[in-house]
Design a protein around this ligand. Structure first.
Ligand SMILES: O=C(O)C(=O)CO
Length: 353
């Protein structure tokens, strides 16, 4: 008698548990679906997980999801959490279908997004400005010093027996003290770079943009100049502009030919703003002294690319924002943008389309 009552209670418990599992499964299956295109820094994924607001599937790899797979996986999703390597264009948006309401990119750059197509479909877009400003500015300064003081050449010489006696002009480079630093495209990152460079006793900051930006320029006492003057006066030229149809290949033969033979060119924005053939010619011919690039076209730049043959060109694999703190901040902001977008609330950082 006693054992049959225990058995009944056990059966009731099992039935209740099964019921709550299936209720939970049903509840979960009604949550908005998110596709995450990469293994993201953990803080952002924790935010999605703990929100209880979405169900998500991740392409759990450090490498990009193959396009064909991406086109399959986005079908029917409500939101997309992506990075800068995913081309979000009409083909992809068509593949996703009408449920897609939010695209959240873990990047400040948005040249991988077809904004017109997103706008046409009423899809909201989140991105991650500000949180990477310090990391990008820091890396830009590091790359500038590495290029101007020829650090890669120097360590190579030290390691491979090129280091003979102390020599008077061996591995001489160019110093920031008393120099003019030019910024192409003055935004938060340009200001942050200038702020850091002040400590190196830079004489003058100049910048160019589509129009003067006095509120930013005043913070660093930078003078607005034309593109020509920027090229002519800069001892160091840092490119900080976004890649748009207007800035595509803006750093070309014409610009390099106006620069000083002793000038250093630095690009941490997007590779597409530079005509790389023209840059190669300028560096090879000694028209400018050196270039430091964190971004190229394509990425990765093939190892047999001519730019890699030049001693006066330092190439980094797009790591300007690569600090643990910043990448986690970017993924957190992207996750919060996405969740706010799905709730129909203002995002912390939303692109105005
Ligand atoms: O966020 C971006 O746009 C980047 O390029 C990452 O550094």
């Amino acid at each position: 008698m006693w054992s049959s009552r225990v058995a009944v209670r056990r059966l009731q418990k099992i039935a209740a548990a099964q019921l709550s599992v299936s209720t939970m499964q049903r509840a979960l299956s009604t949550l908005p679906r998110v596709y995450v295109t990469r293994s993201m820094p953990p803080d952002g994924l924790d935010i999605l997980r703990k929100s209880g607001q979405v169900q998500f599937e991740t392409w759990d790899s450090d490498d990009p999801v193959p396009r064909a797979e991406l086109l399959k996986k986005v079908k029917g999703v409500d939101a997309l959490f992506c990075v800068l390597t995913e081309k979000i264009d009409a083909e992809l948006l068509d593949a996703a279908g009408p449920n897609l309401r939010v695209v959240s990119t873990m990047s400040v750059g948005y040249d991988h997004l077809s904004l017109g197509e997103l706008k046409k479909r009423g899809i909201r877009v989140g991105y991650t400005p500000d949180v990477l400003t310090d990391a990008v500015a820091e890396l830009t300064v590091a790359l500038l010093l590495c290029t101007s003081r020829r650090l890669v050449e120097a360590t190579h010489e030290a390691k491979t027996g090129g280091w003979g006696t102390w020599r008077t002009l061996w591995l001489c480079g160019y110093e920031l003290a008393n120099s003019t630093v030019g910024i192409m495209g003055l935004g938060r990152i340009g200001v942050a770079i200038a702020d850091r460079l002040k400590a190196f006793k830079v004489k003058k900051f100049i910048y160019t943009d589509v129009a003067p930006r006095p509120e930013l320029a005043n913070q660093i006492q930078a003078e607005y100049v034309s593109m020509d003057e920027l090229a002519k006066q800069s001892d160091f030229l840092a490119v900080c502009c976004a890649l748009t149809p207007d800035t595509q290949n803006i750093c070309n033969k014409d610009l390099f030919s106006k620069m000083k033979k002793t000038s250093i060119f630095i690009n941490t924005s997007r590779g597409g703003v530079v005509n790389q053939e023209d840059l190669y010619e300028a560096l090879n011919a000694g028209e400018i002294a050196g270039a430091g690039l964190d971004v190229t076209v394509p990425e990765p730049l093939p190892t047999n690319h001519p730019l890699f043959t030049l001693k006066n060109c330092v190439i980094l694999p797009h790591i300007a924002s690569a600090s643990f703190t910043t990448r986690n901040a970017m993924s957190s902001l992207a996750a919060n943008n996405l969740l706010a977008g799905l709730r129909g609330e203002p995002m912390e950082k939303e692109l105005k389309l």
